[in-house]
Design a protein around this ligand. Structure first.
Ligand code: EPU
Length: 329
C-alpha cells in the first residue's frame, strides 16, 4: 500500500489529485486482502477514471482496479473480470459473432464500471444484456450476485450509483448471442449504415466507432470525461411549454415512461453559448457542447466554476436543472 499517491495519470480529465492511501487490485485475492474495517466513506474504487472529476486531495483509500482482460464463457454467459477494458470486450464479442454490445463500441472505461451508470449509446444500454453483477463485500469478505432486476437500472443510473454499500464489483455476466437482432434505432447510426443492406455486428461496431471518433475527443489527445451531464428527462407539460418558446428543442420518447420526454443537454448548453466556452484551461468542447475538457492545466476550481455557471444559466433560461453524469469526488 502506498501513501500520498498522485492520481493524475489515472483520471482522463488529467487532474492532479493526491490520495491518502493507494492499493492496486489485480485479482480476486487482492480484493480479499483489503482491510475489513473500512467504512464505505473511507474507500474510493477507481478503475479507468473516465467518469470522474477528482478533488485535489482524496482523504480515502483508493482501491485501483488494474487493467487486465479476462473473459470466459460460463453457462452460456460471457463472464468478464471487472478490470477488463470495456471496448476490448466489445471487440472480443464481435470477433466471436456474439451480438448485444456492438452499439457500445469505444466507450472508455472498464467492465466493472459499466453497470454503475448503466452505460448506454446508440440505442442500447448495458441493462439490455446484463444478467448479473457480482460484488465483493470488503467488510464481510463475501461475494454476492445481483440479478438485473436487483440492480435497479434506468437511464445512466443503478443501485451502485451512490456507493452506500461496502461493495466492489468483481465480475459481470452478460447474455451475448449469435442471433440477437441488430439495433439501428438511433437515427445517426441508421443513416451511417443506410447503404449497407445487411449489416453484421462488426459493421455496427465499426460505424459506432467512426461516429464516436468524429464527434468526441479522444481522452489521450484532449483530456475529458465524456458527456458531463445527463440528458434531462422532463414531463410532457414542461416539454410543451418549452416547445412553444423554443421551437427546435430536441425531444425524444423515454422507454416505459409515456409521460416523460428526454431532451438534449448538449442543445441546452449550446443555446446558452457554452459550446467552446472556456474558463482558463477548463472548457466545453467546441465540437460537442456536452463534453467538459481540460485544455492543459485546468484546476479543479476552474472546472467547478464553469460547471456551476453552465447549470445556473441553463436553469434560468429553460427552468431545467442539469444533473452531472460524471461523478464528482
Ligand atoms: N447537440 C447539440 N449541440 C452539440 C451536440 C449535440 O445541439 O454540440 C444535439 C443535437 O440535436 C443532437 C443531439 O444533441 O442531435 C444528440 O447528440 P448526440 O447524438 O451526440 O448524443 P448526446 O445526447 O449528446 C448521448 C450520450 C452519449 C452517447 C450518445 C449516443 C448522454 C449523457 N450521452 O449523447 O454518451 O454516446 O448519446 O448515444 O446520454 C457518455 O455518456 O459519456 C456519452 C458520450
Amino acid at each position: 500500500m502506498d501513501s500520498h499517491h498522485n492520481l493524475k495519470q489515472f483520471n482522463t480529465l488529467g487532474l492532479d489529485s493526491v490520495c491518502d492511501r493507494y492499493v492496486r487490485i489485480n485479482s480476486l485475492s487482492d480484493l480479499e486482502a483489503l482491510p475489513r474495517d473500512l467504512k464505505v466513506s473511507e474507500v474510493l474504487v477507481l478503475a479507468g477514471g473516465s467518469n470522474l472529476l477528482l478533488s485535489p486531495e482524496i482523504n480515502r483509500l483508493v482501491a485501483h482496479i488494474q487493467p487486465r482482460n479476462h473473459i470466459q464463457l460460463e453457462d452460456n454467459l460471457v463472464v468478464a473480470w471487472a478490470g477488463t477494458s470495456w471496448h476490448e470486450l466489445v471487440v472480443w464479442a464481435v470477433s466471436k459473432q456474439l451480438g448485444g454490445i456492438e452499439n457500445l463500441a469505444l466507450i472508455p472505461g472498464t467492465v466493472g464500471a459499466a453497470p454503475i451508470q448503466n452505460i448506454g449509446a446508440y440505442g442500447v444500454e448495458l441493462k439490455d444484456v446484463l444478467v448479473w453483477v457480482e460484488v465483493y463485500n470488503w467488510q464481510t469478505g463475501g461475494y454476492h450476485r445481483l440479478s438485473n432486476e436487483e440492480c435497479h437500472f434506468s437511464y445512466r443510473h443503478s443501485l451502485f450509483r451512490y456507493h452506500d454499500q461496502p461493495w466492489i464489483i468483481s465480475r459481470v455476466g452478460l447474455d451475448l448471442r449469435p442471433n440477437r437482432p441488430i439495433n439501428l434505432s438511433y437515427p445517426a447510426l441508421n443513416q451511417y449504415l443506410a447503404d449497407n443492406k445487411n449489416p453484421n455486428y462488426a459493421d455496427v461496431a465499426k460505424a459506432v466507432t467512426e461516429i464516436r471518433q468524429s464527434k468526441l475527443p479522444n481522452p489521450s489527445q484532449l483530456a475529458n470525461a465524456g458527456s458531463f451531464f445527463k440528458n434531462p428527462i422532463i414531463n410532457r407539460n414542461t416539454a410543451e411549454r418549452l416547445e412553444k418558446k423554443f421551437k427546435k428543442i430536441p425531444l425524444f420518447p423515454v422507454p416505459d415512461k409515456p409521460d416523460m420526454l428526454k431532451t438534449s443537454a448538449a442543445w441546452l448548453l449550446e443555446k446558452c453559448h457554452f459550446k467552446g466556452k472556456r474558463n482558463g484551461d477548463a472548457g466545453f468542447y467546441d465540437k460537442h457542447a456536452l463534453i467538459l475538457v481540460n485544455y492543459g492545466q485546468a484546476s479543479h476550481r476552474e472546472l467547478m466554476e464553469l460547471i456551476q455557471s453552465a447549470k445556473k444559466t441553463v436553469k434560468s433560461k429553460f427552468g431545467i436543472t442539469l444533473e452531472e453524469e460524471v461523478r464528482i469526488v
